[in-house]
Design a protein around this ligand. Structure first.
Ligand code: MLT
Length: 389
């Protein structure tokens, strides 16, 4: 028993999914096993040189050595405002009121409920889900109602199945398309229905758009919720430079959308952090301004990897969803295993790390997730080890 017991909010939490996977992986690695790590969605591709060079220039400028602005440099917010309409069908954003910089989208998502959830308030969380959503609601004292994403509904939440009572009570709904972990995409009709519901019941839409630029069909690009009429009244959207530009270690992202929601989040952030190193923001500007070729090159690499995994899993008789976007393949656990048993056995017996679907909530039970973040030959090797289990 520790002399300093943890607060209840932390004591009741299971270990953070990816930290627990890292620990298990390190134990097996210490035995000298050749590990193929398909757990966390952490791109193996390097950050492009022109982004690193922008950081280098920025780091040499003494102006950048002092506290950054809380909401982000005006030039960073302007770069976001310039990028947004080019990517999302002419949607314009006011850099002064509708954009705030984030120390990665995880930071913003984790802090946002503190601005709008009072103890006992309800949040709807579509699940299987990124583990941060329910934890963030819980830290704010709120309660979570899970909304299942099922194969029968193309991994979209059935908005009509949420009771009127829940819609009335809910302060916010968390969505994430392209989806982690399933890789499902949402269409315009879904976003329109969601915005309609949110406006009817005065519910905040928290849209996690971290994977919006990792897609495989240029004729069917993932949408921003802000492309939908009326969304700006009710939505905040979280973007990240991590996955599209191979910048997970840099910690830079942004929240965009409804002005008062951006202000609410900004107020929390003023009290808990002091912004992003300005040289990193300057690197972020370079990514947004000159990054299109990188995005295309990354998409081609992920598509090749996706095709190799889907093909190899198919040959091994393991079902999976064919991803249209995101970095993940969502596979069905072979009969006779739970998700956790499968992931543990796989690691112990073959050295392959996957994420158990149950780590994303009970609706992930029966599935496992592969991250496409190692080269194709290693992915093929991983699937052949999976097939041998
Ligand atoms: C994941 O693997 O689900 C993500 O990479 C985790 C994250 O972005 O924090």
């Amino acid at each position: 028993m520790s002399r300093f017991p943890l607060a209840d909010r932390l004591a009741k939490l299971p270990p953070y999914l990816f930290a627990a996977i890292d620990k298990a992986k390190a134990e097996v690695q210490a035995r000298g096993v050749d590990i193929i790590s398909l757990g966390i969605g952490d791109p193996d591709l390097p950050t492009p040189d022109f982004i690193i060079e922008a950081l280098h220039r920025g780091a040499k400028n003494p102006e950048n050595h002092r506290y950054p602005s809380y909401v982000g440099m005006k030039s960073f917010r302007q770069a976001v405002a310039d990028w947004f309409p080019k990517r999302f069908n002419g949607v314009t954003l006011d850099p002064d009121t509708e954009i705030v910089s984030l120390i990665g989208s995880k930071e913003g998502i984790a802090h946002f409920p503190l601005a709008y959830i009072n103890p006992g308030d309800l949040a709807l969380v579509c699940t299987p889900n990124y583990p941060v959503y329910p934890v963030a609601v819980d830290f704010a004292g709120g309660k979570v109602e899970y909304v299942p994403l099922t194969a029968e509904n193309n991994y979209l939440p059935d908005l009509e199945a949420i009771s009127a009572d829940s819609w009335k009570k809910a302060k916010m709904i968390f969505i994430n398309f392209p989806n982690n972990p399933t890789s499902a995409m949402a269409d315009r009709a879904f976003f329109e229905r969601l915005v309609e519901k949110a406006r009817e019941y005065n519910v905040i839409i928290v849209s996690d758009a971290a994977y919006v630029d990792v897609y495989f069909d240029p004729a069917n690009k993932p949408l921003s919720i802000l492309e939908i009429d009326g969304a700006r009244e009710v939505a905040i959207e979280f973007h990240s430079l991590s996955k599209p530009f191979n910048m997970t270690g840099w910690r830079i992202g942004m929240a965009v959308g409804n002005e008062s929601l951006i202000q609410g989040l900004g107020k929390i952030k003023e009290n808990v952090d002091s912004g992003i190193f300005q040289a990193v923001q300057e690197a972020g500007i370079a990514a947004l301004e000159q990054g299109e070729a990188v995005l295309d090159a990354n998409r081609a690499i992920y598509m090749e990897r996706r095709d190799a995994v889907v093909d190899a899993l198919g040959k091994a008789g393991i079902d999976c969803l064919i991803p249209q976007a995101a970095l993940y393949v969502w596979g069905t656990v072979p009969k006779g295993f739970t998700s956790a048993e499968f992931a543990t056995d796989l690691l112990q017996k073959t050295g392959v790390v996957v994420t158990p679907g149950s780590g994303f909530g009970i609706h992930g039970e029966g599935f496992f997730r592969i991250s496409l973040t190692v080269p194709t030959d290693r992915l093929k090797e991983a699937v052949s080890r999976i097939a041998s289990l």
